[in-house]
Design a protein around this ligand. Structure first.
Ligand SMILES: Cc1cc2nc3c(=O)[nH]c(=O)nc-3n(C[C@H](O)[C@H](O)[C@H](O)COP(=O)(O)OP(=O)(O)OC[C@H]3O[C@@H](n4cnc5c(N)ncnc54)[C@H](O)[C@@H]3O)c2cc1C
Length: 480
């Protein structure tokens, strides 16, 4: 009897239900299927691909300490995964496969194909929810349907957390040695050069340390400071969450108990404390951001069209979204002539990450001022972000474009200059990324005059904000 853990978006040994359950049942080996052609098709960011590979190398070391060998197989595309896993099972006489669920359309199809093939071979399969604090589909309204409004979802989530939160798992105990060896040789072909990844050091320990430091030092000020891109006030844990190196369940546990649970602690079914009332303002605010992540996953599960390039509010597909390649390129390159938009896009292009407030500003500028199809922006982000995550990215884009669930109302269009005055009043963030404006005064940097911009070699705005916003509102208003 041998068990196989099929790793995917869960590159960790702590709080990993599939790994924990497999090892509890018996001797276990592990597999990860690389799929670079699939990643090409999805437009996955090179920086995230590199991070996956680095974390797989680290995972192999962590699994080796548990005597679990990891086989990495180069499958190229999802269509080859079922065959590769079945073949591995046959080779090693595996009788049960354990995996954590993924919810995106192609990932679901790949799971289904694999499960069918395993069934034909007489191998049992066991799936677990690991991505949300409360498994998707459990927080529902009176009619048993998925909430479409975040505040209602959040209220229900908070009220039922105590009995609906999924268990938290420590790292399993080490098993007896095996004569099956790890094989991760094919990773070398995936060690691509990308933007530097040192902002997110590899490994679970790093993620735990960052989480603990954030909880100890920063979370108390989160509510006041989280919207200022020049401050280091958010957790920057999104990359670890996107790869499954860390879970929101662990984040919540750390928030409630003050520290992330590690191997020395007992497997805990419940939460550390009974009530969320003890959370201070900053902690409560940060928790609600984690819940947005759960919320968007629930939306993805309940409304699969959002992972198939469709808007949540289908009528918005009747809007005359454009694809203007010149304006789109100016946006991508950070050359729109609007300093905060350009600084944000340059942050994305040079670091692989962008502050949340800026994500909203640039997404709204692209969709509401340039009226460019939100799907182009979504794909560009996905191709650049180290924390690229379909559910959150799609949710954020559809929120900004007013096409999504609980989205910003179409008539509330962020003015990027007003946003700068509120969230980067001295232009310190702009100065970091828009070098042309480095020496400009605090007063002028938010919205430089045409003559000043020209003197600095900085472009003039590519669009008149007022006219563009008015036109967009008219178009939304006339939607049929
Ligand atoms: C247009 C747009 C695109 C986005 N694309 C992504 C994406 O591809 N991947 C991604 O992880 N997040 C995305 N977000 C959400 C958010 O911007 C990032 O999660 C956040 O900036 C990550 O920084 P942090 O880890 O410091 O967050 P913190 O402020 O410390 O928040 C903690 C965690 O909560 C979650 N979270 C916070 N805000 C949101 C939110 N609005 N929606 C969903 N989850 C949230 C994240 O997992 C984050 O790591 C997007 C938002 C917008 C508006």
């Amino acid at each position: 009897m041998l068990n196989l853990v099929w790793f995917r978006n869960d590159l960790r040994v702590y709080d990993n239900p599939a790994l924990f359950q497999a090892m509890a049942k018996g001797q276990t080996i592990a597999v990860y299927c690389l799929a670079d052609k699939q990643w090409d098709q999805h437009g996955l960011a090179p920086i995230q691909r590199r991070l996956i590979v680095d974390h797989l190398i680290e995972l192999e070391e962590q699994l080796a300490k548990l005597n679990v060998p990891l086989k990495v197989i180069d499958c190229q595309s999802f269509t080859n995964v079922a065959g590769a896993i079945a073949q591995l099972c046959l080779e090693h006489k595996v009788t049960s496969v354990f995996y954590n669920f993924q919810y995106e359309a192609n990932e679901l199809a790949c799971t289904e194909q694999t499960l069918n093939q395993l069934e034909v071979s007489g191998i049992s399969a066991h799936g677990y929810h690991d991505q949300c604090v409360v498994a998707p589909g459990n927080i529902v309204n009176g009619s048993g349907e998925c909430y479409k409004v975040f505040s209602a979802f959040f209220k229900n989530w908070s009220a039922n957390l105590q009995h609906l939160a999924r268990p938290l798992y420590p790292a399993p105990e080490s098993q007896a040695g095996t004569d099956i060896f790890s094989d991760i040789a094919c990773l070398k072909d995936y060690l691509i050069d990308t933007l530097p990844t040192d902002a997110w050091p590899t490994g679970e320990e790093e993620a735990h340390d960052r989480l603990n430091v954030f909880i100890e030092q920063n979370v108390k000020d989160y509510k006041q400071q989280r919207d200022f891109p020049d401050l280091d006030a958010t957790s920057q844990l999104s990359v670890y969450l996107a790869l499954g190196v860390l879970t929101t369940r662990q984040c919540l546990q750390a928030l409630l108990s003050g520290r992330v649970m590690t191997h020395s602690q007992e497997h805990s079914q419940g939460l550390a404390i009974a009530s969320l009332d003890v959370l201070n303002e900053g902690e409560a605010c940060w928790m609600s951001e984690l819940v947005w992540r759960d919320f968007y996953r629930n939306i993805l599960v309940a409304f699969p069209r959002v992972s198939k390039n469709k808007p949540f509010t289908e009528i918005t597909d009747n809007l005359p979204w454009n694809t203007d390649p010149i304006a789109f390129k100016a946006w991508c390159d950070g050359k729109t002539g609007i300093p905060i938009v350009d600084a944000a896009m340059r942050q994305l292009n040079t670091t692989g990450w962008m502050h949340n407030r800026l994500r909203m500003i640039v997404a709204m500028f692209l969709t509401k001022h340039l009226m460019i199809d939100w799907r182009l922006g979504e794909a560009y982000f996905y191709n650049k972000l180290a924390d690229a995550d379909l559910a959150s990215n799609n949710g954020g884009w559809q929120w900004s474009a007013s096409t999504g669930v609980d989205a910003v109302p179409y008539f509330r269009i962020f003015n990027p200059y007003r946003q700068t005055e509120r969230f980067d009043p001295k232009g310190s963030f702009i100065r970091k990324y828009v070098k042309e404006l480095e020496g400009v005064t605090e007063k002028a940097i938010c919205q430089p005059s045409p003559s000043l911009a020209k003197a600095c070699g900085y472009p003039e705005p590519i669009v008149d904000l007022k006219t563009a916003a008015a036109k967009t509102k008219e178009l939304f208003k006339g939607l049929k």
